[in-house]
Design a protein around this ligand. Sequence first.
Ligand code: GRG
Length: 291
Amino acid sequence: MKEYLLARQKMVDAALDHYLPKANAKPATIHKAMRYSLFAGGKRLRPILCLAAAECCGGDPAEALPLACAVECIHTYSLIHDDLPCMDNDDFRRGMPTSHKVFGEGIAVLAGDALLTFAFELAARVPGWPRYSPRDVIRELAVASGSRHLIAGQVIDLESEGKKVSLPRLKFIHESKTAALLRCSLRLGAMSANATPARLQRLSDFGLALGLAFQVIDDILDVTQTTEKLGKSAGKDAAAEKATYPSLVGLERSRRTARRLTEQARTALKPIGKPAADLLTLADHLLQRDF
Ligand code: GRG
């Protein structure tokens, strides 16, 4: 798995480097800022899932690359904006000072905007496939990152600060903020392989359960790991009295929930058999992760 992940990270990094405007393209500040956050050492989980979904559906991962990179651009934009003083106000991300600490708030906002916009430029590169047009793909990205999913999660999160949050509300925040983009990564990979509607649905169900498990584990790691290990400020949720799975149901029940969700994700892929092997291994790997 280690070698597989490393090879996929390299493939994604090379593609991002190829697609993105060069650091000295005018105006250099914005392109430097976009590249700074994009190449700060993210795990590339979403693009890796996108490529694995393409393979699971019999496709060529190279065809999914622009979409895998588009999702990573959207993910990175959301991190830059989330770290801003008006949002989560964080100084440290991916083991480096956050964008606004290096470039100032104005450029950080614009770097996030530019990455979000660039994602759609990348998505517009795909030729389309018999079952899925470029329009379908672009809509998929827009819906996952828009006001009913990624932004919805952030809004409810902001509005929940300092309030008692119920478990269903927390699940909604996690599904919107985290799981929707993970699911979108898998769906885009499947679409690039011209997946049947039935297989697309299976990957979608896998993505939603895996995405929620991923966020529950993220909540657990915030309590149990160090800042050095995570590459972002540990213990921040508790310090900000944020609702998380551990704060609502405790660490042990959170761990059980993560295991149950991972099993639910695995079940969604069972009928696919051997072609889903890499995705199943990835799900187990994410459950065991410690950063
Ligand atoms: C500001 C529009 C806007 C949205 C913010 C995604 C998000 C919503 C906030 C970021 C902080 C957060 C708790 C996100 C949840 C998803 C998550 C666990 C992100 C970290 O993902 P990793 O671990 O990060 O894959 P790397 O750095 O490895 O890519």
